[in-house]
Design a protein around this ligand. Structure first.
Ligand SMILES: [Mg+2]
Length: 124
């Protein structure tokens, strides 16, 4: 099963999401801030990244932009997650290079559909 990277600073969200995805059979690796997320994406080469946007050290927008500017990591699909369905957040997320976007609290079935779609459309 594919390896997914969750970048999330909130422990409760992180645990909930990783447990549910592990139950589906995914291998889960975790980073707790944007800088660690970038470092882990580079070293672990996950199949997909779930990126919280509001993160300490380096925010999710900057982390995504950094990964999309790097030829080694730009192919990894990034699904951005934000806590607020703010007008403009989706655009901001896509502009920074996110391949997709969803709002928190996560609706798990919908998120799984997005993950599956992006994993299937990634060239191997
Ligand atoms: Mg956060």
């Amino acid at each position: 099963m594919p390896k997914l990277l969750i970048v999330e600073d909130n422990e409760m969200n992180r645990d909930m999401l990783s447990r549910r995805l592990e139950r589906r059979g995914y291998e889960i690796i975790i980073a707790v801030d944007g800088a660690e997320g970038v470092a882990m994406a580079r070293s672990e080469k996950p199949a997909l990244i779930l990126m919280d946007m509001s993160l300490p050290v380096m925010d999710g927008w900057t982390a995504t932009r950094t990964l999309k500017d790097d030829p080694d990591t730009r192919h990894i699909p990034v699904i951005g997650l934000t806590a607020h369905a703010m007008a403009g957040d989706r655009e901001k997320c896509l502009q920074s290079g996110c391949d997709d976007y969803d709002t928190k609290p996560v609706e798990f079935t919908r998120l799984i559909e997005k993950i599956t779609t992006h994993l299937n459309s990634t060239p191997s």
